[in-house]
Design a protein around this ligand. Structure first.
Ligand code: UD1
Length: 387
């Protein structure tokens, strides 16, 4: 715990973050809740505590995001680290239960779909604490993905469900979630993107050395990320995807910030990397800068599908399904699957200079976190169980 922060008698909210994609989601939430707490003089607004589970712990997977996004230092760090699905989830639950026993909040806010999301929502709920899930309702309908299991279970026990896109509202209704628990608020990840785009546009930012050296000699380029277990863990899956990537690299240089899960597998199974620049994971601003200037993005990430849609950059998603259908129906995303021919065809359509045109999904306007904070505070004023 942060010993400098005195325990107050004010009601408290815990905001949970554990893995890289969580940090850009909590940033605008922390800001919106803090700004309302200031306006209200502490009468109704709660004290906020940030809990970092430690699921991601490398500085370039964690600290860089806190620094760049101005997220306050976590009040608790659970240091759970890596492990199997069960080990990581169980360690997080045990460690978070200890925190809850000494610092019981009125509400636990979890974001996204990582193991920390499920572990902390389950622990909080079992201790009789209300749970809010930000990015609720997304469904890939693929129960082989650990994230799909995390999403469904978290939604089933959450009291407040904050939804990013219309399909999410439909999915929750179909699962029988009562209407009064769900709110179509938009996308907090896009709040962060819009705010930080301004920093890039104001010229307040200079890319890091590895990014600068990649960009120096390049005209058109692609950005690649790859880390889903279904694409990288087994040799034959990685080999299939890699054969398409190599085909695309013949036409366009590729910047590849490599996730730790993927690094060893690539070295072992896919050594041919000509025209592919492998670099360590990039910080938030570097990545935004790289994606904003790219001709196309190739990815199996969830967040990048949304960020490319918000930026109007063509994206080829190397997965059989997406839990974010608005990025395909409205945005710039091509759901290519994992067949090398389909991946190549989508990339070539984009590189031919005629990518599909995209729009912005409803409520992706940079104000999602403000809506969420207002709903949480309204619930508090109504005595909605947030003590
Ligand atoms: C996790 C999330 C995934 C999310 C991804 C973003 C789950 C089930 N998966 O997957 O939804 O898209 O984060 O990155 O929660 N490692 C390091 N340093 C770190 C963290 C991890 O080296 O800071 C290595 C470890 O060897 C670890 C492996 O990466 O075993 C995978 O990490 P893990 O947290 O298990 O899952 P991710 O693949 O990162």
């Amino acid at each position: 715990m942060n010993p400098d922060k005195p325990m107050s008698k004010k009601p408290r909210i815990h905001i949970i973050a554990g893995a890289r994609p969580n940090f850009m989601k909590i940033s605008p939430l922390v800001e919106a809740l803090h700004s309302r707490a200031k306006d209200d003089g502490g009468e109704v607004c709660p004290g906020i505590r940030i809990i970092h589970t430690g699921q991601h712990y490398d500085p370039n997977m964690s600290d860089v995001f806190f620094n760049e996004l101005g997220i306050p230092k976590p009040d608790y760090h659970l240091e759970v680290g890596s492990g199997s699905q069960a080990e990581q989830t169980a360690r997080t639950m045990v460690a978070y239960e200890k925190v809850l026993l000494q610092d019981r909040p009125g509400l636990v806010i979890v974001v996204g779909d990582v193991n920390s999301t499920l572990a902390c929502s389950l622990t909080g709920k079992k201790m009789g604490i209300r749970v809010a899930h930000v990015e609720a309702g997304l469904r890939s309908f693929d129960m082989t993905m650990p994230e799909e299991i995390n999403r469904k279970l978290t939604d089933a026990i959450s009291d407040l469900l904050f939804v990013t896109e219309e399909a999410g509202m439909r999915n929750l209704r179909e699962e029988g979630i009562p209407e009064e628990r769900m709110y179509f608020v938009g996308n907090v990840m896009i709040d962060t993107l819009r705010k930080n785009l301004l920093k890039l546009e104001n010229g307040d930012f200079s890319p890091s050395v590895p990014l600068k050296s990649f960009l120096q000699s390049k005209g058109r380029y692609a950005v690649l990320t790859l880390h889903r277990p279904s694409n990288v863990d087994r040799k034959e899956d990685l080999y299939r995807v890699w054969s398409a990537i190599r085909g695309i690299a013949v036409d366009v240089p590729i910047l590849f910030p490599v996730h730790p899960r993927t690094k060893n597998r690539i070295e072992e199974h896919a050594p041919d990397v000509s025209n592919i620049s492998m670099v360590a994971p990039l910080g938030y601003l570097d990545m935004l800068y790289a994606v904003k200037g790219a001709t196309l993005v190739l990815t199996d990430s969830g967040g990048l599908q949304e960020e490319t849609t918000a930026l109007g950059i063509p994206c080829v998603t190397i997965r059989e399904n997406t839990e974010r259908p608005s990025t395909v129906d409205i945005g710039t995303n091509y759901l290519a699957g994992t067949d090398p021919g389909s991946i190549l065809a989508a990339a070539r359509e984009i590189l031919s200079g005629h990518p599909k045109k995209g729009g912005i999904p409803p409520n992706w306007d940079g104000h999602a976190a403000e809506r969420i904070a207002d709903i949480i505070l309204r619930e508090m004023k109504r005595g909605g169980g947030i003590r």
